[in-house]
Design a protein around this ligand. Structure first.
Ligand SMILES: Cc1cc2nc3c(=O)[nH]c(=O)nc-3n(C[C@H](O)[C@H](O)[C@H](O)COP(=O)(O)O)c2cc1C
Ligand code: SF4
Length: 425
C-alpha cells in the first residue's frame, strides 16, 4: 500500500473537528501570510496557474485559466462564490473537509479574494450540511477575532468579508448560474452563457466561482509552490492531491486524500478494503453519479482528468461508486436517472421531458417488458438529449446511460430477450 502525506486532510481525526489553534499548529494561515506580505495579487494568480490545479467541482477546468479571465485589477464590486451545494449522489468530499478542518476553506477563500481583488465572498452550502454550517460559523468567528477576517487582515490593508448562505436544497443549485440566481433569491434556473459569471455574475457583477476542495488547495500551492504541488501527482500531466470518495459495494466506504493519478484498482483494494463480501468488481462510477461507468477492464486506469477522458468518462468529483457482480446495471442506471429526472428544473424540453422518458424506457427493460424498439429509443434519447439541453444537468444525467449502452449492452439485450431481469431470475 502506498504511503501518501495528505494536505487537505492532514489534520483530520475521527469524529473531531480541528479549529484555529490546531490548524495553526500545522502551518495554517502561513499561505495567507505569505501572499499578503510577500506576493502581489498577480503573483498569486500566476502561482495558481503554474500549479495546474483543476477545478474539483466536476468539470475539471483549469483554476488558473479561469482566474485569468477575471477582471481582477478593475475597480468596482466583485464577488467570490464558493460552491458547496454537493448534491451529486456518491459525492461527499466537501462535507468531509468541513467536518475535519473548516479553516482550510476560509484560508483558501481569503487568498483567492486577495488574488482577484475581491472584498466579499459567499459560501453556498448544501442545506442538509448543518454540522458543516456550525463548523464554518465557529471558524469564521475565530478568524475574525484573530484578525484574519474583516478589515485590515493581518495589518496588510486587505479587507474581506465572508458570508455563509445555506441553500434551499436542490441539485440544480450546484450549477453555477442557477446557484447565482438562488443566491439572489430567485428561482434557480440556469442562466444563458455567455456572459460567464466572471463577466456578469452575482448581482450583475464579476464573480469568481469555485468549489470548496478547489479553494482549499490554494494555501498549499502558495506555501509549497507550484512545482512542488504539481510533483505530488502520480501522472505526468496531473497536479496535486484529490479527495476520493468511496461508496457502494465496498468493504470500507469513506473519503480519502491521495495523489491525483491513483490507479482505480489500487484505490478500491488498498483504501476501500476491496469489493464487499468478497464479491467481484463489476463496474463503478468514477467521479459521481453523472460520469459514465468503468468496468473491470479499467482497473489500471489512473484517476486523473485526461486518462479518464480518453476512456470516455470523467474524474468529475472523484466520488467512486462501486457495483459488485450481482448488480443489475439497468436497475442501477434507472435509480440514478430517477434522481436526475426529479431534480430537473423544468426549463428546457430535452431534460424536463427527456429524462422521464429515459426512466420509463429503463423501467420497461428492467421489468422484462422492454423491446428492441425501446432500446433503439434509449439510444435515440442519448443522441437527442446530449448537447441540446440548456445546462449540463441533462448531459450529466445521460452519463450513466452512455456507460450502460457502451459497456453493458449485452445485459440490456438479455433483459429484452428473456423478458425478465437476468440477475434477479
Ligand atoms: C447540475 C449541476 C450540479 C453541480 N453541482 C456542483 C456542486 O455541488 N459543487 C460544485 O462545486 N460544482 C457543482 N457543479 C459544477 C459547477 O457548475 C461549477 O463548474 C463549479 O462549481 C466550478 O468550480 P471549480 O472550477 O472549482 O470546479 C454542478 C454542475 C451542474 C451542471
Ligand atoms: S438541462 Fe434544462 S431543464 Fe434540466 S436542469 Fe438544466 S436548464 Fe433545467
Amino acid at each position: 500500500m502506498r504511503i501518501c502525506a495528505p494536505l487537505l486532510f492532514k489534520n483530520r481525526q475521527p469524529s473531531m473537528t480541528v479549529f484555529l489553534e490546531g490548524y495553526r499548529k500545522t502551518g495554517g494561515y502561513q499561505g495567507l501570510k505569505k501572499a499578503l506580505r510577500d506576493m502581489t495579487p498577480a503573483a498569486v494568480r500566476q502561482e495558481v496557474k503554474a500549479s495546474a490545479l483543476r477545478g474539483r467541482g466536476g468539470a475539471g477546468f483549469s483554476t488558473g485559466l479561469k482566474w485569468s479571465f477575471f477582471p481582477a485589477d478593475e475597480p468596482g464590486d466583485k464577488y467570490l462564490v464558493c460552491n458547496g451545494d454537493e448534491m451529486e449522489p456518491g459525492t461527499f468530499k466537501d462535507r468531509q473537509l468541513l467536518l475535519a478542518d473548516p479553516h482550510h476553506l476560509l484560508e483558501g477563500i481569503l487568498i483567492a479574494c486577495y488574488a482577484l481583488g475581491i472584498a466579499t465572498a459567499y459560501i453556498f452550502l448544501r442545506d442538509a450540511y448543518r454540522d458543516c454550517a456550525a463548523n464554518l460559523e465557529r471558524a469564521m468567528a475565530e478568524a475574525r477575532d484573530a484578525g484574519l477576517l474583516g478589515d485590515n487582515i493581518l495589518g496588510s490593508g486587505f479587507n474581506c468579508e465572508i458570508h455563509l448562505h445555506r441553500s434551499a436544497g436542490r441539485y440544480v443549485c450546484g450549477e453555477e448560474t442557477a446557484l447565482l440566481n438562488s443566491l439572489e433569491g430567485r428561482r434557480p434556473n440556469p442562466r444563458a452563457k455567455p456572459p460567464f459569471p466572471a463577466v456578469k455574475g452575482l448581482f450583475g457583477k464579476p464573480t469568481a466561482l469555485n468549489n470548496i476542495e478547489t479553494l482549499a488547495n490554494v494555501p498549499h500551492i502558495i506555501t509549497g509552490g507550484a512545482d512542488w504541488y504539481r510533483g505530488l501527482a502520480l501522472t505526468e500531466q496531473g497536479a496535486g492531491t484529490k479527495l476520493y470518495g468511496l461508496a457502494g459495494h465496498i468493504e470500507t466506504p469513506g473519503c480519502v486524500e491521495l495523489p491525483i493519478g491513483m490507479p482505480l484498482g489500487e484505490l478500491i483494494r488498498d483504501f476501500g478494503g476491496g469489493v464487499w463480501q468478497q464479491r467481484s468488481f463489476k463496474a463503478c462510477l468514477p467521479g459521481g453519479a453523472s460520469t459514465p461507468y468503468l468496468t473491470a477492464a479499467h482497473l489500471d486506469v489512473a484517476l486523473d482528468y485526461d486518462p479518464l477522458e480518453q476512456l470516455g468518462t470523467r474524474l468529475g468529483t472523484g466520488g467512486v461508486v462501486v457495483f459488485d457482480d450481482r448488480t443489475c446495471m439497468v436497475a442501477a442506471t434507472l435509480n440514478l436517472l430517477r434522481f436526475f429526472a426529479r431534480e430537473s428544473c423544468g426549463w428546457c424540453t430535452p431534460c424536463r421531458d427527456g429524462l422521464p422518458l429515459v426512466c420509463w424506457l429503463l423501467e420497461r427493460i428492467e421489468s422484462g417488458q422492454g423491446s428492441h424498439e425501446h432500446l433503439a429509443m434509449l439510444q435515440e434519447q442519448l443522441r437527442h438529449i446530449n448537447g441540446r439541453s440548456f445546462c449540463a444537468l441533462a448531459l450529466g444525467a445521460m452519463g450513466p446511460v452512455e456507460g450502460l449502452l457502451r459497456h453493458f449492452s449485452e445485459e440490456v439485450v438479455d433483459h429484452i430477450r428473456r423478458g425478465c431481469c437476468p440477475l434477479k431470475n
